[in-house]
Design a protein around this ligand. Structure first.
Ligand code: HPA
Length: 300
């Protein structure tokens, strides 16, 4: 079957997102304000969640189905770190043949569900030589090298404005939460800039040298379309990469998808502890009586 779903067809995408959100709302009493998207090999997070509603993407109206390995393709609504969260176990990618608009459809559904903050995780190649395989990196910024943008086309102002600002999409306050909680848990966390390419081939060593020159610390094939969609939707973002391998040409060895999944599996415990510690801090920030950006000095 073609990976294309109705989400990419012309017509009222807003109504489709609302329809999908209504379907999800009818299956749980939870009303999460925080979402988590789990990347390659990291999907196990929600498996142990208590009292959770689990919905296969295939059952959710208009939802794209993940064909990538290491992506379960399930939306789980449950409690983590004491707060209600919506967890996407797996995402779809541009390289699977989905349009950028299809890739961001789940973000639009999450927005209709009432989500106001999202943690986007991914597996990435480490370009920065100070990184080690298995280390976690909080995203400070990104470079979009997918050659397109998910917001191309007529703008639907019910989702957001025509020209969204990206200067503060990676919320500084959320980066601080992750760094502080990492320190408290004894999990070393770096910061970096993520470059998104289309894939599915890994990069050449020359491309990695080029990416380093233009300021990238990490390279991957996801996340950036969702971040752009989140900015459009007014959802604040925390991005966390797991360095599953050093990028092409750094070590004298090939990169394999198995290595990527194995490293994800190895750091899963640390990753889960960090996420469970960060959720309540984001939840507290979202329910603060004054505007979060003012309260936490994001405007500086
Ligand atoms: N390159 C691109 N995407 C990736 C990599 C990589 O080295 N590792 C995990 N995802």
């Amino acid at each position: 079957m073609s990976p294309r779903s109705a989400a990419g067809k012309s017509g009222d995408e807003f109504a489709r997102a609302e329809h999908a959100a209504k379907f999800i709302r009818a299956r749980t009493k939870l009303r999460p304000k925080i979402a988590l998207v789990l990347g390659s090999g990291l999907g196990g997070f929600a498996d142990g969640m208590q009292g959770a509603a689990r919905l296969d993407y295939a059952k959710i109206p208009y939802f794209p189905r993940s064909t990538a390995i290491g992506h379960a393709g399930r939306l789980v609504l449950g409690n983590a770190g004491g707060v209600p969260v919506a967890v996407m176990q797996g995402r779809v990618h541009f390289y699977e043949g989905y349009s950028q608009r299809e890739v961001i459809f789940p973000m639009r559904v999450l927005a209709r569900l009432g989500i106001r903050a999202v943690i986007l995780t991914n597996a990435a190649g480490g370009i920065n030589r100070e990184y080690k395989q298995g280390c976690l990196v909080v995203l400070r910024d990104h470079i979009n090298l997918q050659g397109t943008n998910p917001l191309i086309g007529a703008n639907d102002s019910r989702f957001g404005v025509r020209f969204p600002d990206l200067t503060q999409v990676y919320a500084k306050a959320y980066q601080k939460f992750a760094l502080e909680e990492g320190k408290r848990l004894g999990v070393e966390i770096a910061q970096g800039v993520y470059a998104a390419l289309t894939g599915p081939s890994y990069e050449t060593p020359a491309e990695i040298r080029y990416l380093r020159t233009i300021g990238a610390d990490l390279v991957g094939m996801s996340t950036v379309p969702e971040v752009i969609a989140a900015a459009h939707l007014g959802i604040r973002v925390l991005g966390i990469s797991c360095v599953t391998n050093m990028a092409a040409g750094i070590l004298d060895q090939p990169i394999t998808a198995e290595e990527v999944l194995e490293t994800g599996e190895r750091v899963k415990g640390q990753f889960m502890a960090l996420l469970n510690a960060v959720f309540p801090r984001i939840a507290a920030e979202l329910s603060a009586p004054i505007a979060p950006s003012k309260a936490l000095g994001d405007a500086t």
